[in-house]
Design a protein around this ligand. Structure first.
Ligand SMILES: C[S@@+](CC[C@H](N)C(=O)[O-])C[C@H]1O[C@@H](n2cnc3c(N)ncnc32)[C@H](O)[C@@H]1O
Length: 272
């Protein structure tokens, strides 16, 4: 069932339009982990959408967080990513069919895949409309994504505090593209279903360490002096605390590809 495509070499002239996760590949799985029951729920819901028995694409597959368990069940999934080191991690976990490539220039024929999934990727791509159009080109059925909605919580306050201090020190943090969780406001989905609300304690020292070492992509462009100032402020406010509560709503979002194909590169209005 699973074919092996072994082309993880840098294609000559690969155009890179997103943020490669090469520099975080070693720590990605540890710092983005969800409990087994949450992952199982997401995988079960994704697998219920992948019912047609065809080929599927994971655009921005990363370390294979979603593709690898789905392949293990028997789904024929090909993954594309611009990060050589994330793909190496995926392979080390047993993920097959991984290709180094850019979502904005997918090396596949029109309608090559039944469905495409793309999770936590569009915020990294400035020309995300082009990425969505390209996914629509190679997909017959649906684009599937998982939305991670950060609800008001102590952990969200921590995150906002870092952003606010950076802004006060002269650096406005923003994502290059758009978070998948915000896409439904721009392109109305065909399905947007809450899977669970994930409420859990987070160790404060671990959060401080993750921020200190710039684990999150929105920190990568923060100038050193601003980052140091924000870390001092975080330490003053949160150092010595043990745990903070995190609240997240996790959703499964689906758009029919034929509707996404209509998205022009400069589209700014809601597509209904
Ligand atoms: C936050 S990770 C998410 C990985 C995986 N989808 C997951 O949820 O675990 C984002 C991934 O998108 C990749 N990426 C960013 N821009 C890309 C592009 N233009 N084409 C392909 N991959 C891209 C990064 O290298 C990284 O592996």
């Amino acid at each position: 069932m699973i074919r092996t495509i072994d082309r993880a070499i840098h294609p000559p002239g690969l155009k890179v339009t997103g943020r490669s996760f090469d520099n975080i590949a070693d720590r990605f799985d540890d710092t983005r982990a969800y409990p087994t029951e949450v992952m199982d729920l997401i995988i079960r819901n994704l697998s219920e959408r992948l019912t047609t028995g065809g080929r599927y694409l994971d655009a921005g597959i990363g370390t294979g967080r979603f593709a690898e368990p789905l392949q293990r069940i028997g789904f024929d999934i090909t993954g594309v990513d611009i990060s050589r080191r994330m793909l190496a991690k995926a392979r080390a976990k047993g993920t097959e069919n991984v290709i180094l490539g850019d979502i904005c220039a997918l090396p596949f024929q029109d309608k090559a895949f039944e469905h495409t999934m793309s999770v936590h990727v569009m915020h990294l791509i400035a020309d995300w409309r082009c990425a969505i159009s390209e996914i629509a080109r190679v997909t017959r059925g649906e684009l599937l994504s998982v939305g991670f909605y950060k609800e008001d919580s102590e952990v969200e306050e921590f995150r906002r505090f870092y952003l606010d201090v950076c802004r006060d020190l002269g650096h406005e943090i923003h994502h290059a593209g758009v978070m998948e969780r915000d896409l439904p406001e721009i392109i109305k989905p065909d399905r947007d279903e809450t899977l669970t609300r994930h409420i859990h304690p987070v160790d404060v020292q671990t959060m401080i360490d993750n921020y200190e070492t710039r684990t999150f992509s929105d920190q990568w462009d923060v100038p050193d002096d601003v980052h140091e100032g924000a870390m001092d402020a975080l330490m003053e406010r949160y150092g010595g605390l043990n745990q903070l509560i995190s609240r997240e709503r996790i959703t499964l979002i689906a758009w029919r590809a034929e509707r996404l194909g209509a998205l022009s590169p400069d589209q700014t209005k809601t597509v209904v």
